[in-house]
Design a protein around this ligand. Structure first.
Ligand code: FNR
Length: 333
């Protein structure tokens, strides 16, 4: 697998779940990154094959919600993103899922306090020794390609030096979100930084940060050209309307929500993940009556009713009841 000429669904906590990733692939994404999964949350999980949904669920004993969920359909397209501050533990976590995914990515861009204070995410941008240790450990220890995702440092020169260091660790591609750690997403993306980095780095550069201008498939290519990058990674534009990946054109948001609700039933997506993603898709109409109903929904039954899919929801509940009665897997019915 290479990372050239790819349109990629970005890692997004709570959003880039299995159901969302399958939808993005269906609409035309070439690769899909999982939401960031912190290494220590995964290391105690066990792999379960769920026969009812044909999913692979990594679950910690005594809990219900899988830490990571995948399936054979996405096996060659899904990149597992790990959050870490420790090379040994990162490798241990990645090893667990190695046979179920196409590649691995290390999150070196998350600016959230939880990540940075824990020495993860954007904290790594200033810790070249840790970057080197984590990436070389993963590259040497895993049989699948490793990438990493960074933000820009204020100085272009320092950013290029960081990228060179990352490249020297043997990673196969590098995703760059063209903003500084403290910059919010509504601010302009530094496409010019990415363009400059491309000149100094041989591995494919995956440009990220362009969602404010991405409304349809053609805009993805415009962003790629603006950064002169090999590939493009899309987060918010995909979250708002995942059909931006469609060459044939964007679909009405109701069609996208319904398709997402269907796939969520097919893979038994968790209610709170389903609700979160639907909220994001309806972001422009959350003040409407329907938006308020979505926000106020407390269970799948209420949410599916809003979109006239209660029959489909109830049918699945029946199947689940039967299955979980006889299965060793614990899961809320
Ligand atoms: C993110 N982002 C993010 N990045 C990452 O490396 N791992 C993650 O788990 C997340 N989680 C996440 C959740 C949500 C809801 C959003 C909106 C964003 C950052 C994301 O991948 C991307 O870098 C930025 O959103 C900029 O790209 P766009 O939105 O302009 O395409």
């Amino acid at each position: 697998m290479d990372y050239k000429n790819k349109n990629i669904l970005a890692p997004m906590v709570r959003c880039s779940t299995l159901a969302f990733r399958l939808m993005a692939l269906e609409y035309g994404a070439d690769l899909v990154y999982s939401e960031e999964i912190i290494d220590y949350k995964l290391v105690n999980a066990k792999r379960h094959y769920n026969e009812l949904f044909n999913t692979i669920d990594y679950i910690v004993d005594g809990t219900e919600k899988p830490v990571f969920q995948t399936c054979h359909k996405e096996k060659d397209k899904v990149i597992f993103q790990v959050g870490t501050n420790n090379a040994t533990r990162a490798l241990q976590a990645c090893k667990l899922v190695e046979n179920d995914v196409a590649g691995f990515d290390v999150n070196m861009g998350c600016p959230k306090e939880f990540s940075v204070q824990g020495g993860m995410g954007a904290a790594l941008l200033k810790k070249p020794d840790d970057v080197k240790q984590i990436l070389t450990t993963l590259v040497n220890g895993l049989s699948k390609p490793v990438t990493c995702k960074i933000r820009c440092l204020h100085s272009l020169e320092e950013t290029i030096n960081l990228c060179k260091l990352i490249e020297s660790c043997g990673v196969r591609a590098l995703a760059i979100h063209g903003r500084f750690q403290e910059e919010r997403s509504r601010m302009p993306n530094h496409d010019d930084y990415i363009r400059e980095i491309v000149k100094h780095i041989q591995i494919p550069i995956i440009a990220n940060g362009g969602s404010n201008e991405i409304k349809c498939y053609e805009d993805i290519e415009k962003f790629r050209q603006s950064c002169n990058a090999s590939s493009v990674m899309i987060a918010r534009a995909g979250m708002w309307n995942c059909s931006v990946f469609r060459r044939e054109g964007v679909l009405p948001i109701d069609d996208v929500v319904k398709r997402f609700l269907e796939i969520s039933l097919e893979v038994d997506n968790y209610f709170f993940s389903v609700k979160y993603a639907v909220q994001q898709m309806l972001h422009e109409e959350l003040a409407s009556e329907r938006g308020a109903a979505v926000l106020g929904s407390l269970a799948g039954e209420e949410l599916y009713k809003i979109f006239h899919m209660l029959n489909e929801y109830n049918e699945l509940q029946k199947k689940k009841e039967e299955y979980y009665r006889s299965s060793a897997l614990k899961r809320k019915i």
